[in-house]
Ligand binder design. Structure first.
Ligand SMILES: [Zn+2]
Length: 395
């Protein structure tokens, strides 16, 4: 049914634009509950930025742009680098939760901390953004189930079992893909399975972004609740270790879970790295001197965008590629198993037209243009996530 009037609608969009379609997508986007399962801006907040300020040009996100983008539910990522061990991670996670609470407390008219599906609906009814917490990396519980419980009490709704680094109980996609991990260290060990069962019991969603394939399959077999993949893409389009293979996508479908698509050009587009390397080579002298100044790759990229805007624009894939990844999941397992997990403020490059959180409505426009029904679009934008959230919390 989908592509039936897709080309017609697309032609209208490409032409001078049909006023009805132009209005239609905005109305639909406004009406729908829009959920983004992954945003990394809290790290920039810890570095001193305030979400109340206009952060255009500095970040992908701030409160005004969340509003503009019609984001009803934002899961803020609580992240820590690979430092792992006793006394490392748990305190840092709490510090980020403190800073999110402070933002919410300063802006009670604009946002609300939501720990349950009921609290999300309350926020939506009051026209406030529901702020939720996702823990990105099992290393932050420091191998301690009491810490997991404490973070859940503070409102953590999901935990990504690993970030790029493995823990003693779960192997990451990066480590499994490196080929250096012995077989005995792959997957979930006994404690890892206990962690998954504890999460099920608490009603904390299991997030399978970043985990290795062995961990993925062990977790899918262990969990009694539907899982999420908070910010990944499709492997058959781009064979990156962070993306999901078709059999994994099918398993998520069977499990009743949802895959939330990451907006990173490097996960969406198999040729992005090649274009980026060519760009770096073209500007080697400048790039090298920036490196000598200890600039991060994000800063180097930002510099490049600013100094060579025309060339930089050609590095970005078209928005249609994100929709192609989405279509693929729908074709494989149905519209009930896909959503959005932008990874804004955790990534250096996004498809054209998706410059910041303010641009979320363009996705609704493209979904309409591809012939998705209103009902299906609402599922993709947020209802699928809410279904999994409810199933985990038992509400
Ligand atoms: Zn991530």
């Amino acid at each position: 049914m989908r592509h039936l009037y897709g080309s017609l609608a697309l032609a209208a969009l490409l032409g001078c634009g049909t006023p009805t379609l132009a209005q239609e997508y905005k109305t639909l986007h406004e009406k729908a509950i829009v959920v983004d399962t992954h945003n990394d801006v809290l790290i920039s907040v810890l570095e001193g930025l305030r979400l109340e300020d206009d952060l255009s040009g500095k970040t992908h996100s701030d409160l005004a742009r969340f509003k503009q983008g019609g984001v009803d539910v934002q899961i803020f990522s609580v992240w820590s680098d690979e430092t792992y061990g006793k006394g490392k991670g748990f305190d840092f996670a709490n510090l980020q939760i403190d800073s999110l609470n402070a933002i919410v407390n300063r802006n009670p008219d604009k946002m609300m901390l939501a720990r349950t599906p009921d609290e999300v609906m309350q926020a939506v009814q009051q026209n406030k953004m529901a702020a939720m917490i996702g823990l990105e990396g099992g290393h932050m519980i420091e191998d301690n189930l009491t810490y997991l419980e404490e973070l859940h009490k503070r409102g953590t709704s999901y935990m990504t079992l690993t970030w790029n680094n493995s823990t003693s109980w779960a192997s990451s996609a990066m480590d499994e893909a490196s080929g250096k991990l012995p077989k005995s260290k792959k997957g979930l060990n006994k404690f890892g399975k206990q962690v998954v069962r504890k999460m099920n019991e608490l009603g904390m969603m299991v997030d399978l972004s970043h985990v290795g394939e062995r961990t993925f399959w062990d977790a899918i077999k262990t969990t009694t609740k539907p899982v999420i993949v908070s910010h990944s893409c499709v492997h058959s389009f781009n064979p990156h270790f962070r993306n999901l293979k078709d059999d994994q996508i099918k398993a998520i479908g069977k499990n009743g879970g949802v895959i939330h698509l990451n907006f990173f050009s490097g996960f969406l587009d198999p040729d992005y790295d090649k274009r980026m390397s060519a760009f770096r080579a073209n500007h080697k002298a400048e790039v090298d001197s920036l490196r000598k100044l200890n600039k991060s790759s994000i800063e180097v990229y930002e510099w490049a965008m600013a100094h060579y805007p025309e060339e930089a624009a050609t590095l970005r894939p078209p928005l249609s590629l994100l929709l192609d990844h989405l279509d693929h999941i729908v074709k494989l397992v149905g519209v009930e198993h896909v959503g959005l997990g932008s990874d804004f403020d955790g990534i250096t490059s996004t498809p054209k037209q998706l410059d910041s959180v303010a641009d979320m409505p363009v996705i609704t426009r493209e979904l309409l243009a591809r012939g998705y029904s209103e009902e299906d679009i609402k599922k993709i934008l947020g209802e699928n996530f809410m279904r999994v959230f409810r199933a985990n919390v038992g509400a």
